[in-house]
Ligand binder design. Structure first.
Ligand SMILES: Cc1ncc(COP(=O)(O)O)c(C=O)c1O
Length: 410
């Protein structure tokens, strides 16, 4: 063997943390879809969880004004005072609680706070447990593993409209439990935690003051049936709860990268994390987010109304597809139909094979349940649609799926 070549084919060892880091499969499937599209294939995509609207013009203008007026240097790591104050008012007023600007930290999206939280409340390899929803946003499990904590899934049940049973939560809490992750409205099921469930959860957690709660409420404004309720609203819960929200979904600002988080004790810790990583969120985006929160809300209200119409459209169409059964999601912009029968009809072994057939044979891109963690025992096969897509795309995409199932039924 050529020694010089050998030098170039070996690299030093990658850490367990690096090796165990998972990914968000929406991005993997999206790459697959883009390859097909480049090859000339016509694909209707329901993969990616972001509004299909442009950022409202007043918000764009605020970003441009920030650039033009020289507001584009570093900011304090916790964010500019104006945005911390605006986010504190916004988080507090929509939940009926008092949040101080000093308790709010602004980051480059809500996503980094998942890692910062897990890293701040668990110790690597110490057996610290984190309870998290399954199916759920894949970054939870990925960051639990990468931070050397123990992942403890709690299953969301179709029979409970994709909420978990609070009694199961109680049974999973141990002296090693350091963190419980809640997500409402939920990705990928669109399920919401109702007041009665949150009341029961609050009562359980009050008895466990050693447990933090990460309340992922990034879809809080996209709640359709009834009011949005946060765990932080319940007596005694605010101090233990880390409220996570942001600009991405509410104001169609995914690429601007602005998230905000509220918790008094952890705010200084999150600030130090940001000093150690991003330094600060983009100042330009921060000024745009001030306008998003404080400016007119007509565009955000119109987007929400449009998502609600599309929800009703997609749920109706999905329930007409042979072998599909779809609950009406209470929030976010995801539908999570049960396709167990459709898999059987088309001879697919599971939801992942079904997803691939939909992509390659029907030209429709969706995600499978396994992209959101292990399957819920006894709940069958599911796929995820993001219905942040044009109504025409919803009509034609679900039409293609219905044709595919009919033509391929055995
Ligand atoms: C449940 C959930 N949490 C957090 C995020 C992160 O949002 P962002 O980092 O854009 O604020 C997402 C985005 O898809 C999400 O679905």
């Amino acid at each position: 063997m050529n020694a010089a070549l050998d030098i170039h084919t070996t690299v030093p060892r990658i850490s367990r943390r690096g090796e165990s880091l998972g990914t968000e499969n929406a991005f993997v499937v999206l790459a697959e879809v883009n390859t097909l599209v480049r090859q000339g294939k016509d694909v209707v995509s329901f993969c990616i969880g972001q509004p299909d609207f442009p950022t409202p013009v007043n918000i764009q203008d605020a970003g441009i004004a920030a650039i033009r007026s020289g507001k584009h240097g570093y900011t304090p790591s916790a964010g500019i005072d104006e945005l911390r104050a605006a986010a504190a008012r916004d988080i507090g007023s929509r939940r009926g609680i008092d949040i101080a600007a000093d308790d709010v930290v602004v980051g480059a999206g809500a996503k980094p706070f998942i890692a910062y939280t897990i890293a701040s409340v668990t110790d690597y390899g110490a057996g610290d447990e984190v309870i998290y929803p399954v199916p759920g946003f894949p970054i939870y499990e990925s960051q639990i593993a990468a931070n050397g904590a123990v992942p403890v899934p709690i299953y969301l049940k179709e029979a409970r409209d994709f909420a978990f049973d609070p009694n199961e939560l109680e049974a999973k809490i141990t002296p090693q439990t350091k963190l419980v992750i809640l997500n409402t409205p939920q990705n990928p099921t669109g399920g919401i935690l109702r007041r009665s469930d949150l009341e029961a959860i609050a009562e359980i957690l009050l008895g466990h003051p050693h447990v933090w709660i990460f309340a992922d409420e990034i879809y809080s404004r996209l709640s359709y049936d009834g009011e949005f309720v946060s765990l932080a609203q319940f007596p005694g819960m605010l101090e233990q709860t880390i409220i996570s929200d942001g600009a991405s979904k509410t104001w169609a600002m995914t690429g601007w990268r602005i998230g905000f988080i509220a918790n008094r004790a952890l705010a200084p810790v999150f600030t130090r994390w940001i000093t150690n990583t991003d330094s600060c969120a983009s100042q330009i985006s921060q000024w745009a987010a001030v306008e998003a929160i404080d400016g007119p809300q007509d565009a955000a209200d119109a987007m929400r109304a449009s998502f609600l119409q599309r929800r009703d459209l997609i749920v109706r169409l999905l329930n007409d597809v042979p072998g599909f059964s779809c609950k009406t999601p209470g929030g976010a912009f995801y539908a999570w139909p049960n396709v167990t029968e459709a898999c059987k009809l088309t001879g697919c072994a599971d939801s992942e094979e079904f997803r691939k057939r939909l992509l390659y044979d029907a030209g429709v891109a969706v995600l499978a349940d396994i992209h959101f963690g292990r399957r819920v025992p006894g709940d069958g096969q599911h796929i995820r649609f993001s219905y942040a897509a044009a109504p025409e795309a919803i009509q034609s995409g679900i039409g293609r799926i219905a044709d595919f199932v009919r033509e391929n039924s055995r």
